[in-house]
Ligand binder design. Structure first.
Ligand code: NAD
Length: 493
């Protein structure tokens, strides 16, 4: 098969790596290479960051009004809408996500760009009611400088958009480093951004591996903010790299989110919510509802019905409209899932469903929807993120026990609460330690709704009305109104 060839976008130009090195991207449904991309070295990262710095300082970008930046983002959103089928197909081929899911995500991206475009010229500073009558002071929101956006493979376009749009709305420039497993759509996004009219150097994309390309970017002294989405181990490297020049950080990491089903819940909805939480995207979702906490009275019925529903999930080619579960995105991820399933069996979790690769034609990295029943919440399968279609279910007696289990986690990204009792829904929403709470729903996203985690799920928030502020520095300007000469220079005013 002839491989599709991609180049990187640096300073508005399409370029190969200076070394000429390349790497291959694999199609997870076939376990075979479909594309070849530049393997960026330190020298390529250097020119991308320098291009971003030059663009940040250039009048072409600096003198553009916030309203004009908003218009560019709006135009980019429109171009994404015009190219949505192409982008959806490309992402599905590159990371194995279902075409119905990539269509949904790409279909929503324009809304996201339009929403953020509208925020660009609403970054108002304030006037300060100072306690010094001869002084006047005000604040402004200034761009930070060059931003590095580090992206994982599971939802590359969406996770890029929630960094790129606010970073540009605030007047920064950016160097994106997509995952080595799913870079194609980010390069296409850069092409659309150039078409939309963003000046050269404002958006750059370097492709390559994490420990080389990613590390060179995150430790670069001109990078002033790093927006990272990925795993905890990588995040620790990124935090250390940021310490070199105190680059600002946002970290969106993993989770082990509880989906808590009370006996009074609408069971049909709760079962759908459990399926959406763990088997959608083959569980390769940071917000996966991988811990099912189910109240005693309905536990047996819930588990039976969930098993029955999950058995009917259609596993197959992600580019087939009828498929409900595609493959794992990488062979490594499949191996991680298999390892954690073996550990769960060894520690005595009861396998109710799945636990193996399905019988399917070809070499794709598929895994069956899997469910473990657990008696003990401290089991590894209840505590560790799998990032695959593996749920573990445990029973609880009452609200207090459900809450204790929900919060017994190193993570705190999302939680689902299923109940018809309004008071309980709000009590739980307040007490559960996580950044997103879904009541009687799961896996809902909106441009208006912040996402991010408590605890080891990271820090900072993306999306929502404050997202652009996270890409700004606050400046305080003092004006001396008095005509009197400057008083005693050795006393603080
Ligand atoms: P990962 O941490 O392996 O990689 C993420 C990115 O970091 C990739 O681009 C990779 O090349 C890069 N990278 C790797 N080593 C690096 C280094 N030393 N320096 C700089 N960059 C480096 O994550 P992944 O396997 O691509 O994605 C899965 C993880 O991401 C899961 O833990 C998942 O929960 C998390 N995730 C979180 C969210 C969220 O919004 N909270 C969303 C999606 C995924």
């Amino acid at each position: 098969m002839t491989l599709a060839r991609f180049q990187m976008c640096i300073d508005g130009q399409w370029v190969d790596a200076l070394s000429g090195k390349t790497f291959q991207s694999l199609n997870p449904a076939l376990a075979e290479a479909w594309a070849e991309l530049p393997d960026a070295g330190e020298d390529d990262v250097e020119r991308a960051v320098q291009a971003a710095q030059k663009a940040f300082e250039s009048q072409v970008w600096r003198s553009l009004s916030a309203t004009a930046r908003g218009k560019l983002l709006r135009r980019l959103g429109d171009l994404i809408a015009e190219n949505k089928e192409h982008l959806a197909q490309l992402e599905s081929r590159d990371n194995g996500k279902l075409i119905r899911e990539t269509r949904g995500q790409v279909g929503y991206l324009p809304e996201f760009f339009h929403y953020t475009a509208g925020l660009a010229d609403k970054l108002e500073g304030g006037t300060l009611p100072l306690d010094k009558p001869d002084m006047f002071a005000y604040t402004t929101h200034e761009p930070i400088g060059v931003v590095a956006g580090i992206i994982p493979w599971n939802s590359p376009l969406y996770l890029t958009a929630i960094k790129l749009a606010p970073a540009l709305a605030a007047g920064n420039t950016i160097v994106l480093k997509p995952s080595e497993h799913a870079s194609a759509t980010i390069l296409e996004l850069a092409r659309l951004a150039l078409e939309a009219g963003f000046p050269a150097g404002v958006i750059n994309v370097v492709t390559g591996y994490g420990p080389s390309t990613g590390a060179a970017l995150t430790r670069h002294p001109l990078v002033r903010k790093i927006a990272f989405t990925g795993g905890a181990a990588t995040a620790r490297h990124v935090v250390r790299a940021s310490a070199e020049n105190f680059a600002k950080l946002s970290l969106e990491l993993g989770g082990k989110s509880p989906n808590i089903i009370f006996a009074d819940a609408d069971l049909d909805s709760a079962i759908n919510g459990a399926v959406a939480g763990i088997y959608a995207a083959s569980g390769q979702s940071c917000v996966a509802g991988s811990r099912l906490l189910v109240q005693d009275e309905i536990y047996d019925e819930f588990v039976e019905r969930l098993v029955e529903r999950a058995k009917r999930i259609r596993i197959g080619n992600p580019q087939d409209d009828a498929s409900e579960m595609g493959p794992m995105a990488t062979a490594q991820q499949l191996a991680v899932v298999e390892g954690l399933v073996a550990d769960a069996l060894a520690e005595g979790a009861r396998l109710r469903l799945g636990g193996k690769r399905p019988q399917i034609d070809g070499n794709g990295w598929y895994y069956e929807p899997t469910l473990f029943e657990c008696d003990n919440h401290s089991m590894k399968i209840m505590q560790e993120e799998v990032f695959g279609p593996v749920a573990s279910v445990i029973r609880f007696k009452d609200e207090a026990q459900a809450l204790a289990m929900a919060n017994d986690s190193q993570f705190g990204l999302a939680a689902g609460i299923w109940t018809r009792d309004l008071g309980r829904a709000h009590r739980m929403a307040k007490a559960v330690r996580s950044g997103i709470i879904w009541i009687n729903t799961y896996r809902a996203v909106s441009a208006m709704a912040p996402i991010g985690g408590f605890n080891n799920s990271g820090y900072g928030r993306e999306s929502g009305i404050d997202s652009v502020l996270a890409y700004t520095e606050l400046k305080t300007v003092w004006i001396n109104l008095s005509q009197a000469p400057m008083p005693d220079p050795f006393v603080m005013r």
